[in-house]
Each structure stands twice: as structure tokens, then as C-alpha cells.
Write a protein that binds this ligand. Structure first.
Ligand code: WT7
Length: 647
């Protein structure tokens, strides 16, 4: 297996902040003396009142809660902006690249960012926003999206970003769940040369949600939109009268910073809540550990602000570290499959952080689009969102990075706030497909189905035994759901929902979700959500949704649909159902396959046997693969399903 080990390159070994020995020592100390370690780490932030307490969390029933640095007081926007002004006020903080390659990039220094964020904060205040209010952000990838988040943080309002690809229905659900009083949006978004009617979607969503009083509209494309008197405010008009200075609200470390909705295996999406001190520390620390950022590096996380990756690694982590963060409006492969590499060259990008699904899609286009560009500036490559197949890893390493750039495969979740298991460029020898080793403070375990802890080389369910600063604090409005979802399967431990293998070197290999969550192109989709959307259709009696392997997306969405007795299956109806789901949830939930099923495999007590449905969708249709079907109420159902597979 030695050819499968990629040692730390000598330049990184010599210059990075951590090497193998210091990484191991730091990890050991973080677990042995957590309070000392974390209070020391806390000094990387600027506090109004420095904390004297670190971890006060408990995963035990009765005493359950997650709390860090509870007597500390700080403001996130001050940490991301103001404290850099003296030393690097003229350094570019946000470097923005348009969807349209012919359009000039925009640059904001830390000083300009300060003025923009203050102005935005003042606009929010005059719209009535105050500390603790929830503000929904439904924005394209323009600099104003980052200003909006930082402006909320400045005044202590809680932002809830909803990805611009979500439908009005999905947006309305998220607005209502956290009772947002303000929505920040844009006239339209732009991606791949197409426009997305964001403001029109907000208008539709607000027909369904009554809590919103003001809508702040950023002019991004200049497209024609309707403005409602008394409710809608043009940002550029309000900003023209707003002061470019705004005092920052002092926040307790445990005051909420943001809510971000994510899908689970059951029910509607959960509002994952992150707070101020612990989250920011975790985002800043892990950004430094994974990418060893140095002044002058151009750092590009090619995610969308609508996901946690955008929160932690486009906005909060890099800005807390005084970095230049590149923000890109468009698609990696538009107008040409070489676009992503052209941007790397245009801005002399040092670190590129993207998702395996993007790499697989670009790989398919051939190496020519890559080799036509220089990429000489690249030193570090990152990946996130789903397991990376070794083939894509090698392509990234060899073709994109020409063998000189370590691949930082970061395993984490919306719930974890930042990277949990990941290499450090100067410290960690790499194995393609492994996220490698835990970050400081992270104490993972592999347990079997009964919760028995497996030692050494083992495969099973991945859990984490103690709290770290970036762990979510609650599910918005449903603290019991937080406890029930994550801490009861293996009492006293945080359940990740992922399977993992640990090899003899202690390296972790994430094998994928072990629950009813599908990972589509690095985005999490709950099977239950897609099922609920399908059964809302008037012709559908029942639906069951599972994931199946997909060349580009990693996993695709496979839906089994039982129609009402008087309905006939047809291709038209199939297309209708696909469109229906896109309208209900958004394009990311588009089913890749719909199979009409006269019946679903159920136990005698009426429980759908998903194991069997998953196997059939995966193409595993031998009797041996399908296992024991004798407990089914009607075993003949399975034969029919196998005969009528659609992919
Ligand atoms: C799920 C979390 C992490 C931010 C983006 C996705 C999968 C994530 C990796 C990785 C293998 C990964 C897991 C996890 N996942 N990164 N490097 N290797 N799997 O956040 O939407 O909360 O999804 O994504 O299954 O549980 P998310």
C-alpha cells in the first residue's frame, strides 16, 4: 500500500505551523488539559471580556447542554473586521469574481468592508432590526451577501441563510420556523448565465409566511421586479443615507450567531443553531489548521454562502484570520469547463477548496481544460461535502495540482461548525479517500450497532465522545429534538449519522451516511422530505425515496411511487412529478429516477423495508443481495420492483 501514501511535501514540512509531531502533541494535550488548551486558543479572538471558563457541556440526559466560554463577551464582526484595520486595513478582504467572465472583479479591503458592513448594519437598524431578531438571508453570491451576514453579527441579530436554489415553499417554511421579521434578498441571482427570480420567490414565500415586516432588496442584476410599498426597501436607497460607522453590539459567547436549516432522516429540516464565541473560534482555528493561511495567500472556497461551508470557510474563518477570501458568483464549469482554472490563474489562487462532485464533473471533460491553464500559483487543494473517490483524489492531486499540492479532505457537518477530521498540510501524510486524523479537541470513536466501542482498525458508526467549541447548541425551537436526534442512539455521545472505518495507522475513512439522509452533490437531502413532497401530489398514494450511486453527484435520488388506484403510470406523469418536487423543494431535490410501484415492500406491521428498496435501486437484485424477504407482508412485491427498475 506504500504507493498509496503521499508524504508531506518538503516545502510544507519546513514552513507550515504544524508538523506531524506538534500535531499529535497538540491533539493529546487538547484532550488531557482541555480547559488550559481552550482558554489559550480563545486568545486568538479579541474579547471585550475574556472568558475564564471553557467547556461546560454535558452530553448526559438530565444535565444535557452545550456551553463554551460562557462568561466571555465579544462581537463577531469586530473579530472579522475591526481588529484587522490597524495592521491590514488596506489588504483585500473580499475579492469577488462575477458569473460573467467579461465583468471586472470587485475588491473590498478590510477598511472598505468595515464601511460596507456598518452601512448595512445601519440599514438593518432603521428597518427595525435589533439584537436577537431573526433575519432570513436569501441571496446570490454577491459581496452584499457577506456584508449582510456580518451586519447581522454586528448588531446581534441572528441570520438564517436559505440557499438561493430553494423554492418559495421551502423558503417560507424556514422563514416561519424561526419567525423572521426581516428578509434580505436581491432582485435576481445569476448563475451560469441564467437569472434566478429571488425577489419574486420571496414575494411568493411571504404569501405563506406572515411574520415578515420588511424586505431589503439588493440590486444585483437590475432586472424588473415588483416592490411592495411599506414592506420592501431598496438597499441602495437606504444605504445612501446610512452612516458608515456602527457600534458593535457586545455579545455573550453563548448568544446565537446564526441558524442554518439542514435535512435529517425524519421530519422537516432542522434549524441548526450556532452561537458566537465557540463557533467563531472553531471556524478560525480549523481554517488555520487546514489551510495554514499566510498573509498574501489568495484563498478560494468555491462553495455557496447558502451552506455551512460558505459560512465557516468563505466568511467567518478566513475573515477572522485576516485572509483574502475569494467569492465567486457562478458555476465552476460555465461558460467553459475550464472556468474554475481560469479563475485560479486570473487571481493567482493559492488555496482552492471545492467538492468531489465538482471534480468528478470536470474530470469527465478531459484534462485539456485543466492543462490549458497555468495553475502555477496553487499550493493547496481542499475538498468537502462527501467522500472523495480515490480516482477523483488522484486526478485533483496529479492533474490539477501537478503533484505539489496536498489534498485537504475535510470531514464535518452543518452541526459541527467546522472541520472535525482533516489533514494539516505540513503535518499529515495523505491517503487518497481518507480524511485522516481528528482536529484538536475532537475525540472520535467507532462503535458497533449496540454501542460497543471498537478499538484499533475497525469499521462501524462514527461518534464523538465530548463537546468541542463548534458543536451546534440546539435545534431552533426544539431543544428536545436536538437531544433526541444526536445523543440518544449512543447515550453520552454525539452521533454523526456517518459510518467510518479506522485503519491500522489511526486514519479515518468516512463510508457515508448510515441513516435516511442522501448526499446529493455534497448537499444533504432527507428522504422523508422528498417523500412528503411527492405524496402532496394529488395522484400519488405513497412514496419511498432512497439514494443510489451516481457517477457525478455521488448519490442520486431514486423514488418509488405508488399511484392512487384510478391513476395510470405514464412518462408525462413521471415528468410532472419531477417538476412537482422541484417546485416544492428546489432543483437540488430533483429525483434522478422515478419508478412506479404497484406496491412497496412492507413488514406485516406496515413498515417500509428500505434496505430492500436501496438494494434494488443500487442494482443489487439477486436473491442473495436482497436477503430474507420472508418477513414481508407480500413477498411478490419485490419481484415486481426488480422487474421494473428504471436505471
Ligand atoms: C455530511 C454533512 C461539511 C460541510 C458540507 C456538508 C458528508 C461531508 C465529508 C468528507 C466524507 C463527508 C457526511 C456528513 N461529508 N464532508 N470530507 N468525506 N463525507 O455538510 O450538508 O451538513 O452534510 O456530509 O456524510 O455527515 P452537511
Amino acid at each position: 500500500m506504500s504507493q498509496d501514501l503521499f508524504p508531506v511535501p518538503p516545502e510544507w514540512r519546513a514552513n507550515a505551523r504544524r508538523n506531524a509531531e506538534s500535531r499529535a502533541a497538540e491533539h493529546a494535550r487538547s484532550l488531557a488539559e482541555p480547559d488550559a488548551y481552550w482558554l489559550e486558543q480563545a486568545q486568538r479572538l479579541d474579547w471585550i471580556t475574556p472568558p475564564t471558563r471553557a467547556d461546560e457541556s454535558s452530553f448526559a440526559e438530565g444535565d444535557f447542554g452545550v456551553r463554551w466560554f460562557s462568561d466571555g463577551v465579544l462581537n463577531v464582526s469586530v473579530n472579522c473586521i475591526d481588529r484587522h484595520l490597524a495592521e491590514r486595513g488596506d489588504t483585500v478582504a473580499i475579492l469577488w469574481e462575477s458569473d460573467n467572465p467579461a465583468e471586472a472583479p470587485r475588491r473590498y479591503t478590510y477598511r472598505q468592508l468595515h464601511a460596507e458592513v456598518c452601512r448595512f448594519a445601519n440599514v438593518l437598524k432603521s428597518a427595525g432590526a435589533k439584537k436577537g431578531d431573526r433575519i432570513t438571508v436569501y441571496m446570490p453570491m454577491v459581496p452584499e451577501a457577506a456584508f449582510a451576514l456580518l451586519a447581522c453579527a454586528r448588531i446581534g441579530a441572528i441570520h438564517s441563510v436559505v440557499f438561493g436554489g430553494f423554492s418559495p415553499e421551502a423558503l417560507a417554511g424556514r422563514i416561519t420556523d424561526c419567525d423572521s421579521t426581516i428578509v434580505i434578498t436581491a432582485d435576481e441571482g445569476r448563475r451560469g448565465g441564467k437569472t434566478i427570480a429571488l425577489k419574486a420567490n420571496v414575494d411568493k414565500a411571504l404569501d405563506l409566511s406572515a411574520c415578515v415586516q420588511k424586505v431589503i432588496v439588493v440590486q444585483a442584476t437590475g432586472g424588473a421586479i415588483a416592490m411592495r410599498d411599506g414592506r420592501d426597501i431598496w438597499y441602495h436607497e437606504a444605504a445612501a443615507d446610512a452612516a458608515s460607522d456602527c457600534p458593535a453590539e457586545p455579545m455573550q459567547a453563548e448568544d446565537p450567531l446564526f441558524i442554518l436549516y439542514t435535512s435529517g432522516s425524519t421530519g422537516k429540516p432542522k434549524g441548526v443553531l450556532h452561537t458566537t464565541g465557540g463557533y467563531l473560534l472553531w471556524a478560525a482555528l480549523t481554517h488555520e489548521l487546514c489551510f495554514d493561511y499566510r498573509p498574501g495567500d489568495i484563498y478560494w472556497c468555491a462553495a455557496d454562502i447558502g451552506w455551512v461551508t460558505g459560512h465557516s470557510y468563505i466568511v467567518y474563518g478566513p475573515l477572522a484570520n485576516g485572509a483574502t477570501t475569494l467569492m465567486y458568483e457562478g458555476l465552476p464549469n460555465w461558460p467553459t469547463p475550464g472556468r474554475i482554472w481560469q479563475i485560479v490563474d486570473r487571481h493567482a489562487v493559492h488555496t482552492l477548496f471545492t467538492a468531489p462532485t465538482v471534480l468528478r464533473a470536470l474530470m469527465k471533460e478531459g484534462d485539456g481544460f485543466v492543462t490549458a491553464t497555468s495553475r502555477a500559483s496553487l499550493r493547496l487543494l481542499g475538498t468537502v461535502g462527501e467522500p472523495i473517490n480515490p480516482e477523483a483524489w488522484r486526478w485533483y492531486h496529479t492533474v490539477v495540482g501537478e503533484g505539489r499540492c496536498p489534498i485537504i479532505d475535510t470531514w464535518w457537518q452543518t452541526e459541527t461548525g467546522g472541520a472535525m477530521i482533516a489533514p494539516m498540510p505540513g503535518a499529515t501524510d495523505l491517503k487518497p479517500g481518507s480524511a485522516t486524523l481528528p482536529m484538536p479537541g475532537v475525540d472520535p470513536q467507532i462503535v458497533d450497532a449496540d454501542g460497543k466501542v471498537l478499538e484499533g482498525a475497525a469499521e462501524g458508526n462514527l461518534v464523538v465522545t465530548r463537546a468541542w467549541p463548534g458543536l451546534m447548541r440546539t435545534v431552533w425551537g426544539d431543544h428536545d429534538r436536538f437531544f433526541q436526534t444526536y445523543f440518544t442512539t449512543y447515550p453520552g455521545k454525539y452521533t454523526t449519522g456517518d459510518g467510518a472505518r479506522r485503519d491500522a495507522d489511526g486514519y479515518y475513512w468516512i463510508t457515508g451516511r448510515v441513516d435516511d439522509v442522501i448526499n446529493v452533490s455534497g448537499h444533504r437531502m432527507g428522504t422523508a422530505e422528498v417523500e412528503s413532497a411527492l405524496v402532496l401530489h394529488p395522484k400519488v398514494a405513497e412514496a419511498a425515496v432512497v439514494g443510489f450511486p451516481h457517477d457525478i453527484k455521488g448519490q442520486g435520488i431514486y423514488a418509488y411511487v405508488t399511484l392512487n388506484a384510478d391513476e395510470d403510470p405514464s412518462d408525462t406523469l413521471r415528468q410532472d412529478l419531477v417538476k412537482w418536487v422541484r417546485t416544492e423543494i428546489g432543483p437540488i431535490a430533483t429525483p434522478d429516477a422515478i419508478q412506479f410501484a404497484p406496491g412497496l415492500p412492507k413488514t406485516r406491521s406496515g413498515k417500509i423495508m428500505r434496505r430492500i428498496l436501496r438494494k434494488i435501486a443500487e442494482g443489487e437484485v439477486s436473491a442473495q443481495a436482497l436477503g430474507d424477504t420472508s418477513t414481508l407482508a407480500d413477498p411478490a412485491v419485490v419481484e415486481n420492483l426488480v422487474r421494473n427498475r428504471v436505471v
